[in-house]
Design a binder for this molecule. Structure first.
Ligand SMILES: [Zn+2]
Ligand SMILES: [Zn+2]
Length: 303
């Protein structure tokens, strides 16, 4: 129902065989792209991801490895014939930086609508039918993570509706949460609907130290994508200084936040084989995967 694809897993510089960190969330054919570093549009092309269906680009922060691919991608989207507006959302201060970067685009045949989220408290907004919460992070510049939820309507119980003599043409109204009148009786949604369903939740956090708010917001995620800039615990001091994380720090958040699955991403170019260090994460959170470019997963409702 929601397809998540890592379109890059590298931090700082793109490598042959490893694009810069970015991610595509597809819900019913509409897409969100998270971050757009140098070469992201090549990765989208390689992964056969339709760029004309990207409705929103979420920017974590304006370091070059996360934004310098934007002008090229926006121009290619223009060439694909898009005329609908495209949203770009980033942390405080991103509009000024991105507008400067996008000067090189010249004319685009569609409107780019930019907005900013808070960098000291969570913001909530909606894109492609998903409820999104931004997470203020701790990095060398304003930086945010994003947690996306798809709310699921409770199941409709047709037997209950039939027993109450509700005509078929009113079932949808009840399923949408509105009451109806049948033979002078008011039928409320709770009379025909089953219990609440758990939303599908995906969280994406890169370029940060492990601040407490991450655990709180990503709690219960079906999929938690988190940076693992450094594999070995011996790199902790380095990670702390550069305001990044080690595998074990990411795994500790995943464990404490009770997520279902952890994907590591944003690897230091110094790690030629990020999988080599997976043991550091798996001892803390067994359901960890080391991200690879174009790794993909479809998330479906649990019930
Ligand atoms: Zn980065
Ligand atoms: Zn950064």
């Amino acid at each position: 129902m929601i397809e998540v694809t890592l379109t890059g897993t590298s931090g700082m510089i793109p490598l042959p065989g490893r694009f810069l960190s970015s991610c595509v969330i597809d819900y019913n054919g509409r897409k969100i792209l998270i971050d757009c570093g140098e070469g992201t549009q090549v990765s989208l092309h390689k992964g056969k991801i339709s760029i004309s269906k990207i409705d929103a680009i979420l920017i974590t922060h304006c370091h070059a490895d996360h934004v310098t691919g934007l002008p090229g991608l926006l121009l290619t989207i223009g060439n694909s014939g898009r005329t609908e507006p495209l949203h770009i959302i980033g942390p405080r201060g991103s509009t000024r930086i991105l507008n400067t970067l996008l000067v090189v685009c010249g004319y685009l045949p569609y409107e780019v609508i930019m907005s900013e989220v808070h960098d000291s408290k969570v913001s909530t907004f909606e894109e492609i039918g998903l409820n999104i919460t931004s997470i203020p992070l701790k990095h060398h510049m304003n930086c945010v993570g994003y947690s996306m939820e798809l709310s699921l309507k409770p199941h409709f119980n047709p037997d209950k509706a039939k027993n109450l003599n509700v005509p078929l043409n009113l079932w949808r109204t009840l399923h949408d949460g509105k009451s109806v009148e049948v033979e002078n009786d008011v039928i409320t949604p709770d009379m025909v609907l089953e219990g609440a369903r758990k939303p599908i939740k995906i969280s994406y956090v890169t370029d940060t130290r492990p601040v407490p708010l991450i655990k709180k917001i990503v709690s219960g995620s079906d999929l938690f994508i988190c940076e693992g800039m450094y594999g070995e615990d011996s790199q902790l001091e380095n990670a702390a200084e550069k305001l990044h994380m080690t595998y074990s720090e990411a795994a500790r958040i995943a464990s404490e936040a009770n997520v279902k699955e952890l994907w590591l991403t944003h690897f230091s170019p110094s790690m030629s084989n990020p999988s080599e260090f997976i043991g550091y994460a798996k001892t803390i959170f067994p359901n960890t995967y080391v991200g690879r470019d174009h790794m993909s997963k479809t998330l479906k409702p649990e019930n």
